[in-house]
Design a protein around this ligand. Sequence first.
Ligand code: SF4
Ligand code: SF4
Length: 301
Amino acid sequence: MILSADAVKGIARAIGFDAVGIAPAALLSDEVNHLRAWVAAGKHAGMGYMARNMEVRENPERLVPGAHSVVVTLTNYYNSSRQAEGIPQIAMYARGKDYHLVIKERLHALLQQLRELAPGMEGRCFVDSAPVLEHAWARRAGLGWQGKHTLLIRKGLGSYCFIGVAVITAEMDAYDAPFTASYCGTCARCVEACPTGALSPGEVDARKCLSYQTIENKGDYPEELKRLAGGRIFGCDACQEACPWNKELAEHSVADFRPSPEAMNLTAADWQAMTPARFKALFRDTPLERTGLERLKRNLG
Ligand code: SF4
Ligand code: SF4
């Protein structure tokens, strides 16, 4: 079965995705070799899952037998409102409903409509899921380049985007060319802005990264890093805030990503006094729920 790439993209845009590209389901050998070197250097910190399933990451056929195409979507989550200075800070991506839930629902809607066009088509969708290299697929699908802060950048959308991936067995009548350029040039503002020195051009050392420490690290949070965190208790946007491609962006249009004003105005004292019941009421179905109240309190300066 061969689908029209224009038709697939039209459906994806109608569902609400801000950009869509389609890559052939080829091997990601170079990208996986780079990942292997990163893991071998220990830069994945405690994320043991990054060291597993390399063959699955490399070969989309291991995810969907008979895979022919990888449809990659971007969803803008940029929000120009800022939390007050001096209160505990939450990364922009985490201020509304959990993106896994929102993007997965949209990707399932996409798959459903593609199955109507191509009966018998098989497919699976992925959002920030361990066996899929989303950034690599986005670049392969022509959507942008990987900035020196390691995130995907697309002109006009910047890097405040969620990447969704659908691996499908249908072929396309046309594929996007991979994005081979980089528009970082001599800029290194993200590297200079990183509060902990976790970033070198194009590579992050998770052991020093505040996003890893505040969200993923279930063990001890080193005091010297906490001191550098500047009040960030869940994630860190410093490298994205510094990026010139993230200036003058359009606001996202996803109602589910709108934050609760109460949750965004919590002081350190509010966090210290927070009960599990209040935490649940304020943060149910947000990315903070998985990290949990106990670790968020640990993250307070
Ligand atoms: S998220 Fe923060 S700590 Fe991590 S690399 Fe970016 S600026 Fe550095
Ligand atoms: S801040 Fe500069 S170097 Fe870093 S990702 Fe943006 S453009 Fe590239």
